[in-house]
Ligand binder design. Sequence first.
Ligand SMILES: [Zn+2]
Length: 296
Amino acid sequence: MAYFLASACPLPHHPPNLISGGLLAQAVSLALPPFLLVPDREHWGADYVDCGGNVQSPINIDTAKTIFSPQLRPIQLSGYSLPANEKLSLRNNGHTVLLELPESLAITGGYAQQYRAVQLHLHWGSSSGPGSEHTVDGRRFAAEIHVVHYNTKYDTFKEAMVHPDGLAVLGAFLEVGPRENPYYQEILEHLHKIQKEGEEVLVSGFNIAGLLPTNLKLYFHYNGSLTTPPCYQTVKWTVFNQTMLLSHEQVRQSNELSLSLQVCTIRVSHLGLAWLPKAGCTLLCSHRSPYRCQYW
Ligand SMILES: [Zn+2]
C-alpha cells in the first residue's frame, strides 16, 4: 500500500501577527443584500499579515500536480466513538455550525505527532451554489467538513495555533447520495433549534468517525493555513479522497440554515475558485492514481 510524506510549503519563522482591531468584513458589492455582505479575502492580507502568506488555504487541489509519497500512512483515529450520555455543545457562531469535541478524540496515526480534537464544523452551500472550501481540479462540492485538532505537545489550542506544527485539520467533501446519512442526521436534526447566531443546543454523543470516510488511507496532504482570519499558516491539512454522501433533503436542510448565517460558505461561492498555492508549496498524495472515487 502506498502512502505519503509531508514536506511542503515554507512556514513562517516569525510569530504570527495578532489582530489589532480594524474592520473584519468588507462588502463584496454594495448591490448585495445584507446577508450576502461577506469578508473580502482580497483585502485580508492588509489587515491580517498571515492572510497574505504563501500557504493560504483553501486551495484548488490540482491532481495532476500532486506528488505521490509512499511515506504517507493511513490516518488513525482514537476515542471518536462517544457514548450517548456524553453531551456535546452544538453552536451557531454566526459563520458556521460548530460542534465542540472532547479532548479524548485524537489522531494517533498518519501524522508525525499526535493531535487532540477540539471542534468540527461544516462549510455549506446555498441555493446559489455548492459550498466546499477546497476544490479538486476546479470542482466544488456541496459542502465540506473540517475536524480541527491541535498538537498534544502544546497545552491548549490557542497556544498551538501559532506554531508551525500546531494544528491538524481533517477535511472531507459532502455530496448528495441516494439515502439519508445517519451520522450527519445526529447534527442536522438540531439545526432548527439554533437558527440564530449565539444559540446553542446539547447533542448526545455518537460515533464522530461516522462523519468522515471509512477509507482513511487515501488523501491529499499539504501544509496550509486557517481558511479565515487570522489565517495562521500552521495547519497540516488532510483532505480525504472519498466523499461523504447525504440525502438531497439533508443537503437542502443545511443549505437553508446557511442563508441565516453570515456565512463563510457564501463567501466561497461568490468569490469563485479557491486560492492556488504559491510557488514552493507541495501537495502530496497518498495514492498513485490521483483522484479516483466511485462517485465522480
Ligand atoms: Zn473550516
